[in-house]
Design a protein around this ligand. Structure first.
Ligand SMILES: [Cu+2]
Length: 166
């Protein structure tokens, strides 16, 4: 749903024309809670495309999936995709990754190109909170593979080559 239709819906609800649909899950978000990407920074160029994503949360605790504890949730990373519906379980595929173990950092590998990254917190059932807790969406750039970013650089290969016989 676009921003415009949301606004229209909000106006209609305020006017009392209809009942508000479920736009979020049933788990309340703690007041002033915040979810944010610590690293990488927006616009970062990442040669090789492999990096540790560092996930931050303020005023909300991290708990493994399945643990029903007030004011907690677990991280999800959304890669090259939109925010999902807020009143359903967060999808689980290559665009939506769950960190149900309560992880706050994760190894990510991206192919060359521009990619968007965003965090969304989910409750014990993987459903976003009310209101949903998500980070800004950032963009990272993975440059095309070069000699420097290949697994075994040329310099190292020649260093490993057998020494010439005397
Ligand atoms: Cu989840």
């Amino acid at each position: 749903m676009g921003r415009h239709s949301l606004r229209l819906l909000a106006a209609l609800c305020t006017a009392g024309f209809m009942t508000a649909p479920a736009l979020a899950g049933d788990t309340p978000a703690p007041p002033d809670a915040q979810v944010y990407i610590i690293w990488p920074k927006d616009g970062r160029v990442i040669p090789g495309g492999k990096f540790w994503l560092r996930m931050g949360a303020k005023q909300v605790g991290i708990a493994p999936a399945g643990t029903k504890k007030p004011n907690t949730g677990h991280h999800h990373v959304i890669i090259d995709a939109e925010l999902p519906p807020f009143d359903e379980e967060i999808p689980n595929n290559r665009h939506y990754r769950h960190f149900g173990g309560g992880q706050t950092e994760a190894r990510i590998e991206l192919p060359p190109g521009r990619h968007t990254i965003q965090l969304l917190m989910g409750d014990h059932d993987h459903i976003p909170h009310d209101p949903p807790l998500y980070s800004d969406r950032i963009t990272v750039i993975v440059p095309p593979a070069t000699a420097e970013t290949l697994p075994v650089p040329r310099a190292e290969q020649s260093a490993q080559a057998p020494a010439p016989r005397r």
